[in-house]
Ligand binder design. Structure first.
Ligand code: GTP
Ligand code: MG
Length: 370
């Protein structure tokens, strides 16, 4: 049957195991942090802590994901998070550049995106849009695998002179697997060799039926070079976002996902975090994956220092004790002791897992030799 240790349950809720033990005692159960409880008990505890259970599969109580239930009246609409995906060189970064009216491509080594850029843009209508630029799709996949499904909308960029390519197909399957709506941007329409109709018919073979082919996937012809169609693309995104009715609670403590992280010589560990719910503030104490920290500074996508970051905002976070990994979830907690305990627990759990995996290999090796 489904069980979970008290310690692991505490970890998943980002609560101290001592507090979970106490709650269980109140419920009449005498257990220690290492003992297991069943799924139904776990669910009661989760409710007791004001968290919500999300069981990815019924058979897997280990998938209990920490997520505080927000009250209806606290919810406010939030900007959509848009990931730009597509085949290499089809113009993802150029398109985002044009949208931002900046120039990132020329500053990149060899014009190849090395990391994920995260930017917030204000559309003409005044609506805020948050964009993620992806290098290939590895990061997107790893984030999804880690449960950090950060994207609301995928913009699939397909070059009109090249049509559907392997990474285009990959992007389509990622978007479908994540259940995220897609908008097709047929780029490089300025090129004499552009054949947007080929893009549309190619897409049909991958069960993407665009509006121009009487389907329900919005498609827009654009040129990152001339700027043609960019306004229509932003409109298409805004329309899709409206349908999604995206909301978050800016009042609660922050929950976010690491987009990228690095060890900076001057500043120490720095993580680009996309705030998914709540508001991240300077001075907040948090755990993020196996690391923890206290927000020393927040820097927005324009390089300016800010004191807080609300839902759907990408920010650089300084004040980490170590470098987390892309896809790690950030939770704000009450005290440093709590943050430390959860981070320590995770480090130990990861070690145990590696040790167990190592032991299994050794056993297998022994068996193979025998
Ligand atoms: P990766 O990050 O390497 O996957 O590439 P990318 O998809 O970000 O493509 P990028 O924006 O770097 O553009 C690739 C090349 O296509 C560059 O030489 C751009 O100048 C060119 N390009 C991008 N958009 C357009 C466009 O609308 N028209 C034309 N003619 N060229 C474009
Ligand atoms: Mg790029």
């Amino acid at each position: 049957p489904e069980t979970i240790t008290v310690g692991e349950l505490a970890n998943r809720m980002a609560e101290r195991s001592a507090d979970v033990v106490k709650t269980l005692m109140k419920m009449g159960m005498m257990v220690t942090a290492n003992q297991t409880i069943d799924a139904d008990t776990a669910e009661l505890v989760i409710e007791e802590f004001g968290h919500r259970t999300v069981r990815v599969s019924d058979a897997d109580v280990e998938q209990v994901i920490d997520s505080v239930e927000d009250r209806e009246e606290d919810l406010r609409s939030r900007p959509p998070i848009i990931t730009i995906m597509g085949h290499v060189d089809h113009g993802k970064t150029s398109l985002l550049d044009r949208i931002r009216q900046a120039n990132v491509v020329s500053g990149e080594a060899g014009g190849i995106t090395q990391h994920i850029g995260a930017y917030q843009v204000r559309a003409e209508s005044g609506a805020l849009l948050s964009f993620l630029d992806t290098p290939g799709h590895a990061a997107f996949t790893s984030m999804r695998a880690r449960g950090a499904n950060v994207t609301d909308i995928v913009v699939l960029v397909v070059a009109a002179d090249d049509a559907v390519m392997p990474q285009t197909v990959e992007a389509i399957s990622h978007a479908k697997a994540a259940g995220v709506p897609m908008i097709v941007a047929i780029n490089k329409i300025d090129k004499p060799t552009a054949n947007p109709q080929k893009v549309r018919t190619d897409l049909l073979q991958h069960e993407v039926v665009v509006e121009a082919m009487s389907g329900d996937v919005q498609d827009v012809e654009v040129s990152a070079h001339t700027g043609q169609g960019i306004d229509q693309l932003l409109e298409a995104i805004a329309l899709q976002a409206e349908i999604l009715e995206l909301r978050a609670n800016p009042q609660r403590s922050a929950l976010g996902a690491v987009i990228e992280a690095k060890l900076d010589v001057g500043r120490g560990p720095v993580a680009t975090v996309l705030v998914q719910n709540g508001t991240l503030k300077q001075g907040d104490i948090f755990v993020v994956g196996e690391q923890w920290g206290k927000v020393r500074a927040l820097i927005n996508d324009k390089g300016d220092r800010v004191t807080e970051a609300g839902p759907s905002t990408p920010v650089e976070v300084l004040g980490l004790n170590g470098t987390p990994e892309a896809g790690d979830v950030l939770n704000v907690v009450e005290t440093e002791a709590q943050a430390r305990e959860i981070a320590d627990y995770r480090v130990q759990a990861a070690k145990d897992k590696r040790a167990a995996a190592g032991a299994a290999t050794t056993l297998q090796e022994l068996m193979a030799k025998a």
